[in-house]
Design a protein around this ligand. Structure first.
Ligand code: TXE
Length: 494
């Protein structure tokens, strides 16, 4: 499309020539096209992976001293900080999320690079308590070329989380951002090059998931696939990855319960729920999409919650006073509307919102629906600002309902009772459990769910270790290799 800027793939340290097919990227808040990106073919994907493998094997990065990796990642963090404004503006225009949200989120992203830089520099292997006159060391090395498939909801945060850890561990990375919001990630190539990353160590390619994403995950030379996306995407890539014996980290959907107990101040409980439910217009994997409210506080909570939800300022994401931005596309608007009508058909009570405002762009009003623990809205992920509110008779019922879906990613427990906080938290099955908080995260803190929410972790030592392989070296300094010469009790077999 003429007149639009084109962001080409970043391969071997430079932008490649644009592909003949382009994908148009739009601003969800205005519905206007803002850029085009490449639609990478299978042939190109395979050739990029082949070159990436040879880049990995030549060792420039994979066996580089940890001090080198540390310096590059720390410099990349500093460069990112210095270009914050540009990246914030790209994120706002391709996601339709409010500028205030993106400023706050992006301000912390360099911490991921710094954390993994430090881990790379300080990670220590170990020595096992191996029996006998033997020393057994465990050392870690990078695994190879890894594919990272990232989503549109937090384009830069999720890409940096994954890129940072994989590079820190010495791997070569091929990242494919979402076709809906790929621009900020495509801009990272130049930044890492400037930070000193060897060419060909970070390859950034764009394309549709069903094509480019699939081609990438089908390649047998990968050492790991790291996906943040939908369950269906995981199910599409898992069979072929398993045939090629490629492990997968999968950060999928969620249906996070926000468990509210009566000893909370109502105003505080409402503040907590507002943030948990409506940040990013409900488009996060840990959106507090089920408000499980104890009966003793329920009526007061609902009254205040509806008042505050209705007053949230929805509008132009570039306006610093806007609190609720757009959802990603028309399909998201339609999905929200379908969840609302299904919930009402099932007997749910619409408390507020329920439709799109009368304005251009893909918007959906923050919506609360009173429902029960069996409804479609309660059990299935909307990935938008449509929230189930359920009145619960007891602590036991809150726990039972919290565990009542196929997801197990995030959950929060809000109470002033210390013993209750621990008692309830212990019984909720979730990969990330917050007490008197929601959505708090840190590069050092493992992030990932159970069951249909996925497998493996982002962040922390767990993520770092998943991007390495362990070599067990057994150094014998006293066991004679004499099995066939000295049979019997003295000879050692294992
Ligand atoms: O994700 P998709 P969508 C979940 C959430 C949401 C659902 C669908 O439940 O409702 O996913 O969202 C690439 N082979 N999350 O449709 O399609 C795609 O190009 C390889 C949770 O947007 O899974 C993109 O880069 N790759 C979440 C990435 O997968 C494929 C964030 C995610 O897109 C592919 C987003 C294929 N066959 C959605 N098909 C979170 N955990 O934060 C698609 N892709």
């Amino acid at each position: 499309m003429s007149g639009l800027p084109h962001y080409a793939n970043w391969v071997n340290g430079k932008y490649s020539s644009p592909t003949s097919d382009h994908i148009i990227v739009s601003n969800p808040a205005t519905e206007e096209s803002i850029a085009t990106v490449d639609a990478t073919s299978q042939e190109a994907v395979n050739s990029i992976i082949k070159e990436s493998l040879s880049n990995f094997r030549n060792g420039t990065w994979s066996i580089a001293d940890a001090t080198i990796r540390f310096n590059v990642l720390v410099k990349a963090a500093a460069l990112l900080r210095s270009r914050m404004e540009e990246f914030v503006s790209l994120e706002v225009s391709q996601t339709g999320r409010p500028v205030q949200e993106m400023k706050a989120q992006l301000a912390r992203i360099p911490e991921w690079l710094e954390y993994f830089a430090s881990l790379s520099r300080t990670y220590e292997g170990s020595v096992t308590p191996f029996k006998g006159p033997v020393i057994n060391t465990l050392t870690r090395s990078p695994i190879g070329v890894v594919a990272q498939i990232t989503p549109w909801n937090h384009p830069l945060l999720i890409a940096i989380k994954k890129i940072g850890v994989a590079l820190a561990a010495g791997n070569t990375v091929v990242v494919k951002p979402s076709e809906l919001a790929p621009i900020s990630v495509l801009k990272l190539g130049e930044l890492f090059k400037e930070a000193g990353l060897p060419d060909g160590t970070l390859q950034i390619i764009s394309g549709y998931g069903r094509d480019t994403g699939k081609f990438l995950c089908q390649n047998p030379s990968l050492a790991r696939i790291d996906l943040t996306g939908g369950l269906l995407t995981y199910k599409a890539i898992a069979p072929i990855a398993s045939q090629n014996m490629i492990p997968i980290t999968a950060e999928l959907g969620g249906k996070a319960p926000v468990c509210i107990f009566p000893n909370m101040e109502v105003t505080e409980a409402v503040r907590a729920a507002l943030f948990a439910s409506f940040i990013a217009s409900g488009q996060t994997c840990v959106t507090g999409s089920r408000l499980l409210v104890h009966a003793d506080i329920y009526d007061e909570f609902v009254l205040e919650m509806v008042k505050r939800t209705t007053a949230l300022r929805l509008g132009d994401p570039t306006d610093p006073t806007t609190q609720i931005g757009a959802v990603i596309n028309q399909a998201a608007v339609d999905r929200c509307a379908a969840f609302v009508s299904h919930a009402v058909e099932e007997g749910g009570k619409l408390l507020c919102g329920g439709d799109s405002p009368d304005r251009k762009g893909f918007f959906f009003k923050p919506t609360l629906i009173e429902t029960d623990g069996k409804s479609n809205l309660f059990c299935n992920e909307v990935f938008g600002p449509v929230i189930a509110v359920v009145k619960c008779a007891s602590e036991e019922e809150i726990i039972e309902l919290a565990n009542g879906t196929s997801f197990a990613l995030g959950a929060s427990v809000w109470t002033r009772d210390f013993a209750q906080a621990h008692r309830v938290a212990e019984q909720i099955d979730a990969g990330i459990l917050w007490i008197n908080g929601h959505h708090l995260n840190d590069p050092s803190s493992p992030w990932g769910g159970f069951r249909e929410s996925g497998m493996g972790k982002e962040n922390g030592r767990e993520a770092y270790e998943s991007y390495t392989k362990v070599k067990s070296t057994v150094i014998n300094y006293g066991v004679p290799p004499a099995w066939f010469d000295a049979p019997g009790e003295q000879a050692r077999y294992g």
